[in-house]
Write a protein that binds this ligand. Structure first.
Ligand SMILES: [Fe+2]
Ligand SMILES: [Fe+2]
Length: 358
């Protein structure tokens, strides 16, 4: 049986209104029309020999192909999203998927083709790889409901945004045109991240129990590449550091996105605890059971403490400092400090986003 999914009518209206707005102003899609005649501008051959330490030509090709082939399978992802939206009767998500997201994504692989051709790949060979990738059965790793889909979308788009960003910087010295094209695509992913976040947040606002779906989706998250090009996706671990990935920054961004989806520290705390329980983690000196008991004694604000610790770890404590003005917590107690301290280090150790990227 699919997980329960019902939204208050007011929330459905808000989601419809949000998608109306997005459809009315989707921004400018990436236009590949002049790429064939500008092909020579996308020559990155000069980069070979001056790659950052730890990356060889084969890595450069792999990095570019991962972006090229995962982006080319848009229609496979669109089917996965569309069928789930339809099953849940979420017309707002169907509309977003069909009218904005899919046509936007369809062009994202195009500059990569010309960049790869500059490295010696024949057009026919790349076209064949595209066909083969599109024909693969895409196995969507996420859950069924629109909450799962939009949470997945938020994280996936954020990570794709960063991936294009790293590539754009890498190619910049060799080809300003490649830098520019990929940066334009990166900006589309930024918009997608924000749109998915807003859709997820409205659903959680309408039904706070959906925090469990958000947390489920974060736990099982896998990039689409792990289904369509698993051999390339598996190599990202080795590429991220030489590409200059700022892991701290990414963790902070993701925590902020999750917090914005949940809307308050109480739900953020509930999610952290759900995470720990599902993974069987202890939080500092506490087992999840002990922590649950402690939180039951503290009442509602107990979850808030956990949420605050999550934000504090991310360097986002200003968020709860403003939020707290209206909440009856007693931050001076030893229990509070002990819980918060334990949780901060636990989050640092266990969040393990490095492995989730691969
Ligand atoms: Fe894309
Ligand atoms: Fe996207």
């Amino acid at each position: 049986m699919p997980p329960a999914f019902t939204l208050p009518p007011e929330t459905s209206r808000k989601l419809d209104a949000l998608v109306d707005q997005i459809e009315a102003k989707p921004g400018e899609f990436f236009d590949p029309a002049d790429l064939p005649e500008r092909q020579s501008e996308f020559d990155v051959k000069s980069l070979v020999g001056s790659l950052p330490p730890g990356l060889g030509e084969d890595d450069l090709v792999g990095i570019l192909k991962l972006a090229f082939l995962t982006e080319c399978a848009t229609e496979s992802y669109a089917r996965a999203i569309g069928s789930r939206a339809e099953a849940a009767d979420a017309t707002w998500l169907s509309r977003f998927n069909a009218h904005v997201w899919t046509p936007d994504e369809l062009t994202h692989h195009t500059p990569y083709k010309y960049i790869l051709m500059s490295l010696g790949f024949a057009e026919a060979e790349l076209d064949r790889e595209v066909r083969e990738t599109r024909e693969k059965d895409y196995e969507h790793s996420g859950g069924e409901t629109p909450v799962h889909i939009t949470t997945f979308g938020m994280v996936q788009e954020y990570l794709t945004d960063r991936w294009h960003g790293l590539i754009a910087q890498l190619l910049r010295p060799a080809s300003p045109a490649a830098y520019q094209a990929i940066t334009l695509i990166k900006r589309r992913e930024t918009l997608h991240t924000i749109w998915y976040r807003d859709m997820a947040a409205l659903q959680v606002e309408g039904n706070p129990r959906f925090v469990d779906y958000v947390s489920e989706e974060l736990m099982r998250f896998r990039m689409p590449g792990s289904s369509v090009v698993p051999e390339l996706q598996a190599r990202t671990q080795a590429w991220l550091e030489p590409l200059g990935t700022n892991f701290e920054h990414m963790i902070k961004d993701i925590l902020r996105l999750v917090y914005e989806t949940l809307g308050n520290t109480r739900l953020a705390g509930q999610m952290v605890l759900g995470f720990a329980a599902a993974k069987g983690y202890a939080i500092g000196p506490f087992t999840v059971r002990q922590l649950n008991a402690a939180i039951a004694r503290l009442g509602g604000p107990g979850y808030g403490l956990l949420g605050e610790a999550m934000l504090e770890k991310a360097g986002l404590s200003y968020i709860f400092e403003t939020e707290r003005s209206g909440v009856a917590t007693n931050p001076g107690t030893a229990v509070y400090l002990r819980l918060r301290g334990a949780l901060r280090s636990w989050i640092g150790d266990q969040l393990a986003l490095r492995t989730e990227l691969g």
